[in-house]
Design a protein around this ligand. Structure first.
Ligand code: FRU
Length: 496
């Protein structure tokens, strides 16, 4: 197995959610849920990496460890970062035998952190209907000189269920808190409430303003699959465009109550976290993995990685995602072809690789299917392993299929039907299909239609599985195909 080149992964051991994503002290910091001792989830630490450009990361020493009563049970769960008075603050969830509460840590040098001894959002500040058993993942933001955070958790509706009999409904909510100094907090109101099967909660809530639009993000557990083919993974990450009222603690979603839009249609995308760059860009990174799957890299002593950070924009009523533009600095050795007709299967000289960035525009003409085979094993013959991305015009959908990948990944939860194939709605406005594909050894990030749709999936293929082919069921015109190799990201720098 090979380690991804572009994407942040733990130096050793386990990684899940991105935490504390921020630009501070002249560089980007990305913390993450980390078990340094084994490639499996365990008592949570905060791993820490820094970067000048979001592409080359340097590992720093572990930032938070479970070493106090308040994080003594399961550790330091997810949270976020903010700067105040030249210092870097982390707000995170401590999991003790008493439950889950929000804790604060502070650093003057951005490397070593000291924790406040007691929770800053503790039992006294639980939201109405919250039990404190599930109350986690605070995401900080600042507005007009005040600090706010959104926190996910459980929710028990106060009123008895219809019919007069009180039923034990276990719901979930995202609560808004406000503070002037990060230490004294007050509860403002519930931004989002819902009921998920299995009593799941909205994990890792996030809020960001993108191009003037308020966007709420959350990772609901066990969201049932819908007719659009959304929410096929065990847990999902969703976004809701809307209007945030900070005074009253209300969020009015544009789509109405109970409607969630899936943020990514692939197999491996969870717990996304955003930050705003110094130049104003809205950035997002997510854990490129799904819970309860086989993880082939365990055998190498590590597991879990991030997506490449993405830029967000809000256009035409949709959130769009694109890999950060800093990636283009590492483009090298561009190969490709323009303006040719494809009918059947073909490969294009120079267009191959497993660490590369591909831009493709295709005029579908009269065809109903066009696609690419990626990570193709060497040799010939129809049975070579590969991963397929295909546009199905009749069903207006993009289909990512890793059932023929060199290493199969299995779902370990019966709540998930399988994890080989994912389908995402993609309605073209004309006949032009625009794709961008980022291949990074064991992963594929797909962006379609200017980032209006994305699909993120892990793919485990040996280092020499670098073949790329195009196929169609009738003539299509390839308007442009460019494959940029990615060079100069270098090897990983280890903790000092
Ligand atoms: C989401 C999550 C969070 C929690 C963390 C624990 O993936 O379950 O809700 O804080 O992981 O590692």
């Amino acid at each position: 197995m090979t380690r991804p080149v572009l994407r942040l992964k733990p130096p050793t051991g386990w990684m899940n959610d991105p935490n504390g994503f921020i630009h501070s002290g002249g560089r980007y910091h990305l913390f993450y849920q980390h078990n340094p001792y084994a490639p499996r989830w365990g008592r949570m630490h905060w791993g820490h990496a820094v970067s000048d450009d979001l592409i080359r990361w340097e590992h720093l020493p572990v930032a938070l460890r479970p070493d106090s009563f308040w994080d003594g049970a399961l550790g330091c769960f997810s949270g976020s970062a903010i700067e105040r008075g030249g210092e870097l603050y982390l707000l995170y969830t401590g999991v003790s035998i008493l439950g889950q509460y929000q804790m604060l840590a502070r650093s003057g040098d951005g490397v070593s952190f000291s924790k406040r001894r007691r929770p800053v959002i503790g039992r006294r500040l639980l939201p109405p209907g919250g039990s404190g058993r599930a109350f986690r993942d605070p995401k900080l933001f600042e507005r007009d000189g005040a600090f706010y955070c959104v926190v996910g958790g459980d929710w028990k509706p106060e009123a008895p269920a219809a019919g007069g009999r009180s039923r034990a409904v276990r719901g979930t909510q995202v609560s808004l808190y406000r503070s002037d100094d990060l230490v004294e907090w007050r509860y403002v109101g519930p931004l989002l409430r819902g009921v998920l099967p299995d009593g799941g909660v909205f994990e890792c809530p996030d809020y960001i303003r993108v191009d003037g639009k308020d966007v709420l993000i959350a990772s609901p557990m066990h969201l049932p699959r819908n007719d659009e083919g959304e929410f096929e993974n065990l847990h999902s990450t969703v976004y809701l465009p809307g209007a945030l009222d900070l005074e009253r603690g209300l969020f009015e979603p544009d789509d109405g109550p109970g409607v969630y839009r899936e943020l990514d249609g692939g197999t491996d995308f969870y717990a996304a976290q955003t930050t705003t760059a110094p130049d104003g860009r809205a950035l997002m990174v997510a854990w490129m993995q799904m819970w309860k799957r086989t993880m082939p890299t365990e055998a190498e002593g590590w597991a879990g990685a991030m997506t490449v950070p993405r830029e967000l924009s809000y256009e035409g009523g949709r959130l769009r995602q694109r890999p950060v533009r800093e990636l283009e600095r590492y483009w090298a050795d561009t190969a490709g072809a323009a303006d040719f007709v494809l009918d059947g299967t073909a490969s294009v000289p120079g267009v191959r690789g497993n660490v590369c960035d591909i831009e493709l525009t295709v005029d579908m003409m009269g065809a109903s299917e066009f696609g690419l085979r990626l990570f193709i094993a060497p040799g010939d013959g129809p049975d070579r392993s590969c991963v397929t991305l295909r546009y199905d015009r009749k069903n207006a959908s993009l289909v990512l299929d890793r059932s023929r990948a060199a290493v199969r990944i299995a779902s370990l939860d019966k709540g998930e039907a399988g994890c080989d194939v994912r389908t995402t709605r993609l309605k073209l406005s004309g006949a032009l299909l625009r794709l961008r594909l980022l291949l990074d050894r064991n992963g594929l990030e797909v962006f379609a239609d200017g980032g209006a749709v994305s699909m993120t999936s892990l793919v485990y293929a040996p280092e020499d599985h670098t073949g790329i082919e195009l196929f169609s069921d009738a003539p299509v015109r390839v308007v442009e195909l460019r494959r940029h190799a990615i060079e100069g990201v270098g090897t990983e720098r280890s903790p000092r």
